[in-house]
Design a protein around this ligand. Structure first.
Ligand SMILES: [Ca+2]
Ligand SMILES: [Ca+2]
Ligand SMILES: [Ca+2]
Ligand SMILES: [Ca+2]
Length: 444
């Protein structure tokens, strides 16, 4: 095969008066059909502060050609949260990046299929933590935003989506403004079977998973009442695991028709008015669930999040309420190092659920050098029977809160990477193109 080198030039300063390029090789062994393309765009519409965009076609998977685009969301160099949802209701998934260190707190990167537009949702300085959730909190038909404060903050906020007028900042209100600090991860689902979703969130300094009902009129009522549904150890502090519990999601684990919370290294079943924790493994972290093979009980996947440990697939063919039923299977030949990205979806659209998992390159504050040179992003293609074919998407990039999302609205899952501090501020989109040599397809 003819070898092609791909050279990326990164514009390190957004100022046109200071052209300073950094370059590094992403791949020196690309298939011959691959190519590179560079363009510039005024992302933030300020007329002058242009950012560099880079497109290259990377044929990595036998079934998918990935076209990567790198851009600068123009926030602080600690990008904590990434939230993907369709906020403008155009059918394509939008990306919101949360920051700390300095303002703005929230930046929305809008893509119309060709160009990117940067919009500031909250121009203030907030110490936003990783996590975030989208839900129509005020019931007006558009998705609103939730993020929580970090270890310096006792606050959780929601932002009211101003659809269809996106000219200014979104109104911010309190969900929580008391109690203990740090709120890493939130999820909405109807866990109580009340006909409308509740918010479940981690409050790390309280070592508790909390539940809050949405007030009847959230535009005038806040903060929201909340209560713990679980307190204690959830897979943190074990071996090289993270020092605090994290990770929360929702899935009907036992197949009884009710959505269950999953968090840390537990799932919870609701009975007699309370949530009963079931521990499924030793190390907690990023946690997801799905059906990788036909079964009443779902399977659970856990990555180590803000610590290190194996990527483990847990399955149970007996009583899922018994911890001993959950059998672990290690999915990778080595432990994940700060495996803070874990997503499930049918990436190659073959009808079988796949796993996307990736590591951080950098968790300390300066953008270089890396803390973990071999940080890797894997796609594990499921075969519908609980087996996986592990492939490497890329090594050497820093991933944090990576997401599967249909960014261009063409019906297939693209991959969004917002590094934490590695080369931040930075955002990478890996467009899923199932025909060779194509540019990102038009949205419609
Ligand atoms: Ca959209
Ligand atoms: Ca709304
Ligand atoms: Ca698949
Ligand atoms: Ca897509």
């Amino acid at each position: 095969m003819r070898r092609v080198s791909l050279l990326l030039l990164l514009l390190s300063s957004p100022s046109l008066a200071q052209f300073q390029f950094r370059h590094h090789f992403v791949d020196r062994d690309l298939p011959g059909a691959s190519y590179g393309q560079t363009s510039f765009a005024d992302i933030d519409n300020d007329g002058g502060r242009n950012h560099a965009l880079f497109l290259e076609n990377l044929a990595r998977s036998p079934s998918i050609n990935w076209t990567r685009q790198t851009l600068n969301p123009g926030g602080s160099n600690q990008q904590t949260g990434a939230l993907v949802a369709d906020f403008d209701k155009d059918g394509a998934t939008d990306i919101v990046i949360a920051h700390r260190v300095h303002a703005p707190a929230l930046v929305w990167m809008r893509f119309d299929g060709k160009t990117w537009q940067r919009q500031v949702i909250d121009p203030d300085f907030l110490t936003v933590e990783a996590g975030g959730a989208a839900h129509d909190i005020d019931g007006d038909g558009d998705l609103d935003i939730v993020f929580g404060g970090d270890g310096q903050s006792r606050q959780i906020w929601w932002w009211e989506n101003p659809y269809p007028n996106f000219t200014g900042p979104w109104k911010r209100r309190f969900i929580k403004n008391d109690g203990a600090n740090q709120h890493h991860d939130q999820v909405f689902a109807d866990f109580l079977g009340e006909g409308k979703p509740q918010l479940v969130f981690w409050n790390q300094r309280a070592k508790s998973l909390m539940l809050a009902r949405i007030p009847a009129d959230p535009r005038v009522t806040g903060p929201w009442p909340y209560e713990p549904i679980f307190s204690g150890q959830a897979g943190e502090g074990v071996a090289a695991a993270a020092q605090y519990a994290e990770g929360v999601d929702s899935f009907d684990i036992d197949g009884d028709g009710r959505i269950d919370p999953i968090a840390g290294n537990h799932w919870f079943h609701f009975r007699d008015g309370k949530f009963h924790p079931v521990k499924v493994g030793a190390i907690g972290g990023r946690i997801r669930a799905g059906h990788f093979r036909p079964s009443k009980t779902a399977q659970i996947v856990i990555a180590p999040g803000d610590g290190s440990g194996p990527l483990i697939f847990y399955s149970c063919d007996g009583d899922p309420r018994q911890p001993a039923c959950w059998q672990p299977r290690n999915l990778l030949p080595r432990d994940m190092v700060h495996g803070h990205t874990l997503e499930l979806g049918d990436i190659n659209a073959d009808g079988h659920l796949d796993i996307f998992a990736a590591e951080m390159a950098k968790w300390t504050r300066s953008p270089e050098p890396r803390d973990h040179n071999d940080a890797t992003a894997w796609i594990l293609y499921g075969d519908g029977s609980g087996n996986f074919r592990a492939t490497t998407l890329v090594s050497g990039d820093g991933w944090h809160e990576g997401k599967l999302a249909d960014v261009d609205g063409d019906g297939d899952l693209d991959i969004v990477n917002k590094p934490y501090t590695w080369q931040a501020p930075r955002l990478d989109i890996w467009f899923n193109a199932r025909s060779a040599g194509s540019s990102p397809p038009p949205r419609r």
